[in-house]
Design a protein around this ligand. Structure first.
Ligand code: CO
Length: 136
């Protein structure tokens, strides 16, 4: 297993349109992709940074993990997504090496990806997402 690159850094925001406008104003960035992921209760906008993305993300309902994070912590970095070739193999390898999986079995992410999250406890306090992008 190998971490191929940073797929995205996710930033939790209260107001997605305002966050997009900030990136437009400050950096001249445009949105590469925007999507509501209903099952996770999130809406996200991807801003390209080279081959990677900044993922601006907000909750669509009060019980969504992003809404809960925002209530507790306010806006800020939520997780880091690392690109891997095979998400199922990668999460198995990470668990075998002693980390705690949130998703033992990979699940669908946004933009057609397959993802699995690793628990921040035992991962330097960082929520990590393994991302397999079939278009890569
Ligand atoms: Co993510």
């Amino acid at each position: 297993m190998q971490l191929d690159q940073i797929d995205h850094v996710a930033i939790a925001v209260h107001d997605l349109d305002a966050a997009i406008e900030y990136y437009q104003q400050a950096f001249g960035s445009e949105v590469a992709h925007r999507e509501i992921v209903e099952r996770d209760g999130v809406e996200e906008a991807l801003i390209s940074v080279g081959e990677s993305y900044i993922q601006l993300t907000t909750g669509t309902r009060p019980d969504s993990p992003i809404s809960i994070f925002l209530d507790r912590n306010g806006e800020g970095i939520h997780h880091i997504g690392y690109r891997v070739k095979n998400c199922a193999e990668a999460i198995k390898a990470v668990v075998a090496a002693g980390s705690k999986a949130i998703d033992e079995v990979p699940r669908p992410g946004s933009r057609g990806t397959t993802v699995a999250f690793i628990h921040p406890k035992g991962a330097l306090g960082t929520l990590i997402e393994l991302v397999e992008d079939p278009s890569e």
